[in-house]
Design a protein around this ligand. Structure first.
Ligand SMILES: [Ca+2]
Ligand SMILES: [Ca+2]
Ligand SMILES: [Ca+2]
Ligand SMILES: [Ca+2]
Length: 660
């Protein structure tokens, strides 16, 4: 036994001193078919680290391929990339380790990779920077940036249709492998079918699709390596965690853990209801700004909101706004006018676009609706700054608009996260951020002489909640976002997953699709994990009510709300669940809300934000929501919900096709 530490030390020394070429000593993995390991050996000498310290005896370097992008968006796929991560317990010197696609092989530059850290090697630094707006750790095909170290050798070409990626240690042993697409290769480091692009929903393009290993949002470490497609985001096994992809420019490692705060003493917050008091609430909030307003929103088309933004900018308040550049229906003259007013007053308006040269969609839609005021106050809304979302009330107290909600809370942790999200989203280094430019036909001024159309308040709805809900009992909150944390990981599914007998879930949504995937799929093949979480809660004994919009609901779409009502109602009837669904139009222009009210034992949660019940919203868009633990907020919004519910119509009472 006494000789054992010495033996380990000797073996470790052998490993560290491994000759770079022609040596296979210590290699225990079988050779991958079609790979000539002799060719995979380093083509240049291994530069030994000057300090081979810190490694406890017996600890073995463990690196893993955790992400790669075969079908780049840059011309010539110069933005192909491979990311490795140190998943072991000791700092590891990368020089000597190699990446291969079975044909090319490159050796990493000298770099100590600390445990937990990732290292991104791009085909070229220039191609990567164009698509990600930042610099990779190394480049392997060409020296496009003298400041970015080069991996040397014969560069891999990641075939878009399928290929292999091998990670070899300094002894030439394959330590990790990924097979994807049409790869026919066989290796002991991969079991079963190759990993496939995620394309069950049409929102997921192959070009730009980043494959990545599922990871723990707290540690950032990949989940256990089973050498199968199930380890990866594109794997189909877990509809709430997998069945997805990432795209260039995403910040998923930074934001997958929601911002969480729990307050020792009860905290205040304010809840707003549309159409009743949401406009007055946002005007008051903006008008009070003294230092800064950061507003990230899908649509800005409300002249009253624009007026106060311009007025604050003119008064010297820093006003910075990020808008979606390609909203459904396109940017209107009203929004061009809105941007013109704010910029004319000294503010800054940017669009997230995909139609200027070199730009690619980071997110299909920048659909979040939030604002940060004076670095202290966070506003999160289900509504855009439009007449429909924030109707002007008549003198008689009537309106016609969306049922929706917003929340205001002050907390440094929540505000800091929202500020970080804004900074990343609106970063001018990203190729999809384009500033309002007076003479640009899309992102510029409206036609000369344009002025906003007149507005006449609607009569359909008599305001019921003139005063916002002042909360004084908030005890915790999560701020979470799509695409990072709206499913798993994320607080919404976690809350729904805890509901059982005696608990209640009330949901009010613009829509909640019966299934995801393609339009002709079904709930078994492509489950909507949000809807299935509601059904599962009902199966555990919870009371669940789902109220969906009937105003915008399109009877000609396969995935309309009637189809969801029918599906839910059939499941409830068949299994005897306390689960009901209705459609309603309580305030004249439909339900646009994205609201979950969750009552779990003594806990009460209000979840308000921008996520709709479709796949793109939860996996690809930029969205933001706040989950707030508050009994007072729950009781107040439950009253709104039950009034709306009383105006709802259940399944069976609605024709699925209009009469001819
Ligand atoms: Ca390629
Ligand atoms: Ca390409
Ligand atoms: Ca370089
Ligand atoms: Ca592996």
């Amino acid at each position: 036994m006494k000789t054992r530490p010495l033996l380990l030390a000797f073996l470790l020394l052998c490993l560290l001193l491994q000759a770079p070429a022609g040596s296979h000593a210590g290699g225990s993995s079988p050779r991958p078919a079609g790979v000539d390991l002799a060719r995979l050996q380093a083509t240049e000498p291994v530069y030994l680290p000057r300090i081979a310290h810190r490694a406890p005896l017996g600890a073995r370097p463990q690196l893993r391929v955790v992400a790669f992008l075969p079908d780049g968006q840059a011309a010539g796929d110069t933005d192909e990339l491979i990311v490795v991560q140190n998943v072991g317990t000791i700092p590891t010197y990368l020089s000597g380790w190699k990446l291969s696609d079975g044909e090319g092989v490159v050796q990493f530059p000298g770099h100590w990779l600390e445990p937990g850290n990732r290292y991104t090697c791009a085909r070229t630094a220039a191609g990567y920077r164009q698509e990600w707006g930042r610099t990779p750790d190394c480049e392997y095909a060409q020296d496009t940036d003298p400041d970015v170290p080069n991996a040397r050798g014969r560069a891999p070409n990641l075939a878009n249709s399928g290929d292999e990626i091998y990670l070899l240690d300094s002894g030439g042993t394959v330590r990790d492998a990924v097979l994807y697409g049409e790869s026919q290769a066989e290796t002991a480091d991969w079991q079963g079918a190759p990993l496939q692009y995620y394309d069950r929903s049409t929102g997921f393009a192959r070009e730009g699709q980043l494959f990545y290993r599922l990871f723990d949002p707290i540690s950032g470490m990949p989940l256990a390596d089973s050498d199968t497609a199930a380890d990866w985001a594109q794997g189909l096994d877990d509809p709430a965690r997998g069945r997805r992809a990432a795209y260039p420019g995403w910040d998923m490692y930074e934001f997958s853990q929601p911002a969480y705060v729990s307050w020792v003493t009860p905290h205040t917050a304010t809840l707003f209801v549309a159409p009743d008091n949401i406009l007055a609430g946002v005007i008051d909030l903006l008008a009070a700004a003294q230092e800064s307003i950061y507003l990230e929103i899908y649509e800005l088309e409300h002249p009253d909101v624009v007026q106060v933004l311009a007025q604050r900018a003119a008064a010297g308040v820093k006003v910075q706004i990020l808008l979606e550049g390609g909203p459904t229906g396109g940017i209107t003259d009203l929004e061009r006018w809105a941007a013109q007013q704010v910029v004319g007053a000294g503010g800054d308006v940017r669009f997230m676009v995909n139609d200027i040269p070199g730009a690619h969609d980071r997110y299909p839609y920048q659909h979040a609706k939030f604002a940060i005021i004076d670095g202290r106050t966070l506003w999160v809304s289900t509504e855009n700054a439009t007449y429909a979302g924030m109707p002007i009330l008549s003198s008689a107290g009537t309106a016609a608009g969306h049922r929706g909600y917003a929340v205001i809370v002050q907390d440094p942790i929540l505000v800091a996260r929202a500020q970080e999200i804004f900074a990343r989203d609106a970063d001018p280094a990203r190729n999809d951020i384009f500033p309002w430019t007076a003479d640009h036909p899309t992102y510029g001024a409206p036609p000369a002489g344009y002025s906003p159309p007149d507005y006449t308040p609607g009569l359909a709805y008599g305001v019921r909640y003139p005063v916002p809900v002042a909360i004084a009992d908030a005890s915790a909150a999560y701020l979470f976002t799509s695409p990072e944390s709206s499913l798993t990981p994320g607080p919404l599914l976690a809350l729904l997953g805890r509901a059982d007998a005696g608990d209640t879930i009330l949901v009010e949504q613009l829509f909640e699709h019966a299934y995801w995937g393609r339009g002709d799929s079904d709930p078994l093949s492509d489950p909507n994990p949000r809807l299935e979480a509601l059904i599962a809660a009902a199966r555990r004994g919870a009371r669940v009510r789902l109220l969906l919009d009937s105003y915008y609901d399109d009877p000609f779409q396969a995935r309309n709300n009637v189809a969801t009502l029918n599906y839910v109602t059939q499941v409830a009837a068949r299994e005897g669940l306390d689960l009901e669904a209705r459609r309603a139009n309580p305030a004249g222009q439909g339900i646009h809300a994205k609201l979950h009210l969750v009552s779990l034992g003594q806990e009460r949660w209000v979840v308000v934000g921008s996520m709709n019940g479709g796949e793109v919203s939860n996996k690809l868009n930029r969205e933001m929501a706040l989950a707030l633990e508050t009994g007072q907020g729950y009781e107040a919004l439950a009253q709104v919900f039950w009034w709306d519910w009383s105006r709802g119509v259940p399944a069976g009472a609605v024709a699925t096709r209009p009469a001819p």
